[in-house]
Each structure stands twice: as C-alpha cells, then as structure tokens.
Design a binder for this molecule. Structure first.
Ligand SMILES: Cc1ncc(COP(=O)(O)O)c(C=O)c1O
Length: 397
C-alpha cells in the first residue's frame, strides 16, 4: 500500500525540525535506567550525571522511597480530582503545614509543578491594568505566566536594581497592582538576585515581591530554607515565595508560601490550581519525607557546598571564568550552540553527562555546558571531570 501523504501541517513541523537540526538546536530524549543519582546508566552506558537538579541526592533516598511506597499502599495512587471537587487528602494538609513551618510562613499551598505554580501566581495576582516588572533572565515559566496574565510587562536588565527603580518611578501612580518577579537563584547562570534591594524597592513603590525559589529550596540558607534564610529576610519581606519539590527535595510538585490571604485568593482564583487533578499520595508523602531528611541529615547540604566551592576553585585554577555564587549551578561558557553540543557529546563519550544549554533557553552566542552538582558525588568524581575540562580548555571562552 502506498504510504499516505503527510498533511501540510505535519510537513511544516517536519521542515521546522530539520531547520532546528541544521542549527544544532534539535532536542531529543536520552533514557536513564534506574533512579537519578551520581552514577547512572544512560542509553545503556554507565556515566557520571552532572546535569540533574537532584542537588541533595534525595531522589533515590530510602526514606523517600519508603514513604512513597507506604502512601500508595495506604491511600492509593490518585487524588481523584481537583482538591476543590473530591476533597483535599490528609496528606495535602500535612504537607502544606510542614511547608509553611519550613518556610517560617503562616501558610502554604501546594501546586502540581513549578511551571504550573508560576502560571497560577502571575495570571491570578496580576491582570489587565496591572504592571509586572520581570528580570530579563527569569525562568520560562515566569515568562509564560507574565504573557498569559495580560498585565503590562516591563523587563528590567538582569539583576539591575537601578533599572528596576527607573521603571517603577516612571510608571508613576498606576491605578493597578504592581508585581516585581524574580528567580532567587537563576537557573541557567546560578547567580543570585539582589533580594534585599528588591524588597526595599517593593516597599518604596508598593509593589508585591514574587520570588521563585526553585533552585534555592533545600539549597540556600543555613538549613536550606531558601532565599529568606540566606538573606536574613522573612515572609513579610518576600510577599510570594514559590519553590519546587522536584529539585533539591527529590520529589515532585511545588508550593507557594505567604500570607493566608494569598493562599485563599489563589485557591479561589488560580485556574491551574482549580482545574487540574491534585498531586497523588506517593508524591506528597515523598515530599514530606524529604523535608524530614533535610532536617535530619544536614551533612548533605554541607557536602554540596564543599563540592561546589572545590569545583569552582579548581576550574578557576585551570583558567575558566566562573562566578562565586554559593549555588550548585556552574555554567561554563562556550558561545556557539553547535560547539556546545559537540563538547557535550565529547564529555559523554568520556563517560560524563553534562547537558549543553542553547538558545532559546539562553541568548544567542551564550551557549554553555551547565554543570549541576549533587551531594551524591565524590571529590574523586570531580577530579575526573576537571581533567576533562583541562583537556578541552581551548574550546571554551
Ligand atoms: C527557576 C525555575 N522555576 C520554575 C521551574 C519549573 O519547576 P518544575 O520543574 O517543578 O515545573 C524551574 C525548572 O524546571 C526553574 O528552574
């Protein structure tokens, strides 16, 4: 039988994909056997994993596994519907209480993912007639939330508070609400937002401060509580704190912490909370266990910090330009996308998986190998990786 012709829309997708391939930008999936950990089997080969957000190594932790298994055995595999329809499960309530305690905040609300939480925050708390001030390097989920909100969008230069203030001032007395939104730890650069200054501007110009703590939760601050703990701020300073449970906390989902009115408003108005099935018991129980492990095993966070300081220092000795930020995200700039992907493939050939990051995730000409560390790694693992960086030193900026 003659194969049917592809419809024109499908043919257009095909040619767009071919274009992406030519530009070195085509994406594809690789298969990991087993849990996320430092040493994995990728597409059937053993490799060292240096691109997961499993910063504390909790994704495969026995206590999380046991908690998830026990919750599935006890409470089943699904929440059945939106919490507003079929009822909130006791595990949702317990997790939200524990997250509020963890964030030293009066309340919290759990969302199905960080992406969904950012859509909820921005589309619910701002709308037509309001203004959102957003850092130029904010995460894609914030960008999408801003676009969907229909608020006026003002993008300030990355971490530039003078530019932000100029915009806030020239905005005059808008009748609508004002929101300033920023990542606390920027996902592709691993640097920190100047939050104390942003908080001061929020007060001065009566703007709500929204912070995405996705890469700070479990990572920043003495006990991993995030940006507030690191900068000595509290929940009254950062009006809306969003964080994820699928990165350092090794589980899945996200939370928003803040004043009770915020929780109640989101619960009533946020479409991506109202119109979706809630997180299932196993995931909720794993998140609760992660908070307990974070408290009981502070050595994980300490090790992550030591690994980060060591890796940055050794890269610097080799002549690489790296920042000093206390985060496990360490980008090493290459420049062109195709070169970045060639280097990523070379590292993989040598048994080290470091994902190359290209446009549109980062600006044109700023492609990079983005190393992310995990407390699961050993210093000897990093010695091996550093030797590979040394070998290809001339291929980096
Ligand atoms: C800064 C930031 N915010 C939000 C998200 C989305 O979180 P999630 O993966 O839980 O959807 C991510 C990463 O995925 C992120 O890096």
């Amino acid at each position: 039988m003659v194969a049917p012709l592809l419809k024109s829309a499908l043919r257009s997708y095909e040619s767009e994909l071919a274009e992406l391939e030519r530009a070195g930008r085509k994406r594809f999936l690789r298969t990991v056997a087993g849990s996320q950990q430092a040493h994995i089997e990728l597409d059937g080969r053993p490799v060292l994993l240096l691109c997961s957000n499993n910063y504390l190594g909790l994704a495969g932790h026995p206590r999380l596994r046991q908690a998830a298994a026990a919750a599935a055995a006890e409470d089943g595999c699904s929440s059945g519907a939106s919490r507003l329809i079929s009822g909130t499960m006791t595990l949702h309530d317990s997790l939200e209480k524990e997250l509020a305690d963890f964030k030293k905040s009066p309340s919290s609300l759990v969302f199905n993912s960080g992406y969904v939480a950012n859509l909820a925050i921005l589309t619910t708390l701002a709308g037509k007639g309001d203004v959102i001030y957003s850092d130029a390097l904010n995460h894609a989920s914030i960008v999408d939330g801003c676009r969907l909100s229909r608020a006026e969008l003002k993008i300030y230069r990355h971490c530039d508070c003078a530019h932000l203030e100029e915009m806030l001032r020239s905005g005059g007395q808008t009748a609508g609400r004002r929101l300033i939104v920023t990542d606390s730890v920027f996902s592709m650069d691993g640097d920190l937002a100047p939050l104390p200054e942003i908080v001061a501007l929020g007060r001065k110009y009566d703007a709500l401060v929204v912070v995405d703590d996705a890469h700070a939760t479990g990572v920043l601050g003495r006990s991993g509580r995030g940006a507030t703990e690191y900068f000595g701020l509290d929940w009254r300073d950062l009006d809306v704190q969003m964080g994820t449970l699928g990165k350092a906390l090794g589980s899945y989902g996200a939370y928003v912490a803040g004043a009770p009115v915020l929780r109640e408003y989101l619960l009533n108005r946020a479409r991506s909370f109202i119109y979706t099935t809630a997180l299932p018991p196993a995931v909720l129980a794993a998140s609760r266990a992660a908070l307990a492990v974070l408290r009981d095993e502070p050595q994980r966070l300490e090790k992550l910090r030591q690994l980060g300081a060591f890796f940055r220092e050794e890269l610097r000795k080799l002549g690489f330009r790296v920042t000093d930020d206390p985060t496990p995200i360490i980008p090493v700039l290459v420049g062109p996308a195709a070169k970045t992907m060639e280097l990523s493939a070379w590292f993989l050939e040598k048994g080290v998986f470091i994902q190359g990051i290209r446009p549109p995730t980062v600006p044109e000409g700023a492609s990079r190998l983005r190393v992310t560390l995990s407390a699961d790694l050993e210093f000897a693992d990093l010695d091996r990786v550093l030797a590979l960086f040394a070998e290809r030193r001339r291929d980096f900026i």
